[in-house]
Design a protein around this ligand. Sequence first.
Ligand code: NAD
Length: 478
Amino acid sequence: MTRITVAKGDGIGPEIMDATLEIIKAAGAKIEIDEIQVGEQVYLSGNTSGIANESWDVIRKNKIFLKAPITTPQGGGYKSLNVTTRKFLGLYSNVRPCMSLHPFVATKHPKMDIVIVRENEEDLYAGIEHQQTDEVVQCLKIISRPGCEKIVRYAFEYAKQYGRKKVTCFTKDNIMKQSDGLFHQVFDEIASEYPEIENEHWIIDIGAAKMADTPEVFDVIVTLNLYGDVLSDIAAQIAGSVGLAGSANIGEECAMFEAIHGSAPRRAGQNLANPSGLLQGAVMMLNHIGQTETAEKVQNAWLKTIEDGIHTYDIFKEGVSTQKVGTKEFAHAVIANLGNKPRTLQPVNYANGAALNLPKYSRKAPKKKELVGVDVFVHWNGTDPNELAIKIQKLNSEKIKLTMITNRGIKVWPDGFEETFCTDHWRCRFKPTTGNEIEKNNIISILNDAIDQNIDTIKTENLYNFDGKAGFSLGQGQ
Ligand code: NAD
């Protein structure tokens, strides 16, 4: 028996949850349920996170959470329960299978069978944003080695466990050499530990285009948070099955399983909704908790039901479907098919068991870290970079001097182009006058002198070499 936490959510949530639980129990799932309330009522009772503290206790105790979609009330101030749950529980991996069910569900891509493994905690979603000048705001893209290692290893272990042949990494490391570069580098390192699984890397733009055009060439895709967010919705849509897809959010301790769609409030309470998305989430949950036989039985019965043409309104199509059913009747049809396998669609085989072998991250020996300069960001309303350079050069000292100014990343001094458009946000790069290293005190001196010179410094970024290799990018055009 595994004790799980269940939230029935809002809108169509309760109906699809009841249907899902009925199916998996009929298939023999060994689960005990603690139910909690999340979503609209909790938000409207004044709790801006949509979940009560006692409910966190239940989720943390049981560790496995099956969640129906919720309605986030309109208006400001309500925090996304999904984002909070992922980050609080360290659910670093978002796994979303996107498979077409041709010819039973309409799709332009009959052979598509992709699993997107999306990093779930980092990237631009760390939510660290600042306005620094009148004209410029920033959002920090945070990428960590443990974050990359955990997600990439998860993708390869998943591929191994489920007999997948290839893992493709999508990044934009031709532009973001440090952040996406780290993700790609870690991908190459970990891929080499799995010689039996093919690996490849695509630049995200052309890779996404390829996926939208010829998804059958991809198998498992691993990528960073933002790209994965966009890509997984495209993948679900072109598989023809946004309403049919489930997703798993996996952490080292806890995991949350759900449908990818929302609470469809207009369909609520009418026995209309398709429970398949949540059922797919539940199948992933059963695999995750080691009840693989039950997961396999449910999945094959579900595929057979789709194949029988027993369809809810959202996928019903004259000529393909045989029977239009409601939520409950669909669930009963799946139950009646338990023990059956699909004939046209590929039956699943989860016999290998599902416990992925995921070692805890172990920190590597620190590298030699040298402070080799500093970028001082300045709010300045002028337009001529040469004029700014004259002001900033007053901050030069024996130890450290201005070497470059960029505006939005592009070098504007020395030897900038007049045509380059400039905002009020300037990065001034200081490097040592002699030798390679500077000291933190040199930076403090710059900032002190800037106060005297009436220069508005808004932030600094230290420039480090790690084992002699630059840990910062050059200015564009440098
Ligand atoms: P939605 O996914 O609820 O609905 C989009 C469309 O798909 C609607 O036409 C709906 O009727 C249909 N649909 C969705 N699921 C279906 C199902 N199982 N069976 C049949 N038809 C289905 O998206 P939305 O309308 O943009 O959002 C509604 C609410 O859901 C919002 O409050 C939103 O914040 C919330 N939402 C929650 C989650 C979540 O809890 N994970 C995810 C997305 C949206």
